[in-house]
Structure formats: structure tokens, C-alpha cells
Ligand binder design. Sequence first.
Ligand SMILES: Nc1nc2c(ncn2[C@@H]2O[C@H](COP(=O)(O)OP(=O)(O)OP(=O)(O)O)[C@@H](O)[C@H]2O)c(=O)[nH]1
Ligand SMILES: [Mg+2]
Length: 369
Amino acid sequence: MALPRACFVIPTYNEADNITLLLTQVLESMDTHAGWEVTVLVVDDDSPDGTGARVRTFMATEPRVHLLTGSKRGLGDAYLRGFERALSEFDPDVLVQMDADFSHAPADCPRLLDALDDKTDLVIGSRYVSGGRIDADWHVLRRWLSRGGNFLARYVARLYSVRDCTAGFKATRVTALNEAKPQRFRIQGYVFQVALLHSLVVAGARVTEIPICFHERSRGATKLGVKDLLEFSIHVWWLRLQGRNTFSKFMLTGLSGVFVNLGTFAALLSVGMHQYLASACAVELSIISNFLINNYWTFGYRDIPTRKRIRGLKYNVVSLATLAISLATFVSLSVVNSQGSPMLHQLLSVLPAGLVNYFANSYWTFRER
Ligand SMILES: Nc1nc2c(ncn2[C@@H]2O[C@H](COP(=O)(O)OP(=O)(O)OP(=O)(O)O)[C@@H](O)[C@H]2O)c(=O)[nH]1
Ligand SMILES: [Mg+2]
């Protein structure tokens, strides 16, 4: 019977002192554990210290190890490229993520994969569950950063149920990963770990945490930078706003469009523009602002194959159709109920127009892949 396939994706930047021993130990630990067919993909961003050359030397005698190179754009970017290559080339059942600096013990790899039972889609090697711990010599500042990052992830990005949201030692089923669609992420740095966890949880992945001991790196230097921290602090809020209550978001966006419309109209009148032209400009500007908010916020979680330009065009078409439906409803009501209040008719015409607008945009303009 064919064994399940596990692909280890290991990002490296200046890990020449670690990588050879790490690859040796990862493969050794998995070899003693017969249940998996293993491949390893090192994603090295042209490290100036020659990490890539060390990997190539290793590859000469070990066909299970592969190397993907590129220029340095951050940990998240490296993982995204690594995932794409691993999925297309090795057809794995499970992707394993781990650091190359021995913070994650290679000896823990079999235990991580063993925990991936039928009821689990993601196993996290966790520092913050019972039995998990961190080496006493991990710098106090890094401890606080880790705690702070976890706090933000849990309470801002609403990942309450997970204890170690910033963990970098994880095994994820590819079926769950496909649901999470990480290829739509627009991030570069360390926040990738939280963004991935968030989209897995939102997509319904079943998460288990197993305790690990996290070790301080003994060779090489950290790559965590101010840019990563900044991106992290902003992105957790973005994740919070990305809940899937698309209908209420769509409504809120519509409301913001009313203000854009009226504000633009008043501004254009005040600079002497003719009211008809001002009205048309104000309507179009509110359509554009609504489109942008819906594109990035309301439907931002979707993997949409069409280009933004085409989406914008479709959004305008739907807006025009909405106007026609609203007008048709208004006229029909006025004819049928000629004694009724025009205000009431106008209000009632919003309902079918709003529903058509939402569903047409949801299922046509922002249709998922
Ligand atoms: N390819 C690539 N790998 C990276 C990049 N940044 C970090 N890494 C790797 O990602 C892993 C985690 O990075 P570390 O610098 O150890 O970050 P950390 O574990 O948060 O920090 P430490 O406390 O120093 O261990 C290591 O294997 C790094 O070499 C990057 O921009 N590109
Ligand atoms: Mg590290």
C-alpha cells in the first residue's frame, strides 16, 4: 500500500551553519518512523552565507531533498512560493512547516505527524499548551514579542481556541490547505503563520496542539525585523475585519456609498459644477468607492479569478441594473397605488434593488474560482 506523502517546507535565510545537520536529522528521525514517504523542500532566498550551496551539496546524495531559490521578500513570501512548488511538484498529502535553526527539534517530527489523525487537519507544535515550554535562555524580549503576538492573534484576530498562534512547527493536510487558499494572501513577513491559521480555522479545519520544547537558536541570527512587527500589528486587525458576514459588510459599504455620493455632490456644487453633471459624477464616485471596499473587504477573502478591471466593469453594470430595478419598482408602485406616498414607494423600491445588487455582485462580479 502506498504511504501517505509528507513534504517538509523549510525556509532559510543565512542558515549555512544549521542546514546540513538539520536536513540530516529530519530525514533520520523520519526514517526511524516508517509511516510516511518524505520529501523536503528548502526555500532559500539566495542567502549570502551560502546556505543554498550547502543544500545543493546535500542534494547530490539525497534525492528526497529539493531547493527553491529566490530573492528575499520575507518569511511569508518564501512559504507561499514553497507551498506552490511543493503542491505542484510533489503532490503531498501533508505539508510540514519548520524553522531551520533547531528551534523545532527534528526528533519531534514523527510525533507531529502521528498527531494528524482522522479527526485533525492541522497539528501545531505548541509552546503554550500544557507540557509545552521554551528554553530558559530565549531572550526576554523575544518571549514578550511571542506572547504579545499570540495575544493579538487570539483576541484581535479571534483565534481564541488556539494557544500558540504564531507557531512555525506545523503539519497541515493539503485538503484543508486548499480550502484556506493561502495564494490569495497579500503579506510578506512572519504574520503569514497567523494569516494561514486564521484562514484554516475560518475554513473549518480541525486543529490539535501538541506540546513541544522550543529551543533558542544556537547558531545564526534572527531575521525578525521591525517591518515584520509592523505588518503583524496591522494585519491582525485586517483578519478581524475579514469575518464572512458578507451581507452586513455589503450593506455597510452601501451606506458608506451614500455619504460619498452626498459629500461629492455638495463639493462639486460648491466649485460651480452644473447639478446634473455633479449628480452623475457623485453617483459614479460612490460606485467606485463601493466597488473598492467590496473588493478588498467584503469579498476580500475570496479567490476570484477575474481581473480587477473586469470586476469593476461588472460592478458598474450591476449598479446600472440596480438603478433600473429600483426605478421600475418605484414606477410600478406609483401606478398601482397612485394615492400612496412617493416616499414609501421609494423606500420599498430599495428592497428588490438591494437584493439583486447583492446577489448579482456576490455570484457574478466577485464569483469565486
Ligand atoms: N527564505 C526565507 N527564510 C526566512 C526569511 N526570514 C526568516 N526565514 C527563515 O525562517 C525561519 C524562522 O526565522 P528566525 O529568524 O529563526 O525567526 P524566529 O524563529 O522568529 O527568531 P529566533 O528567535 O531568532 O529563532 C528560519 O529558518 C529562517 O532562516 C526570509 O525572508 N526568507
Ligand atoms: Mg528561529
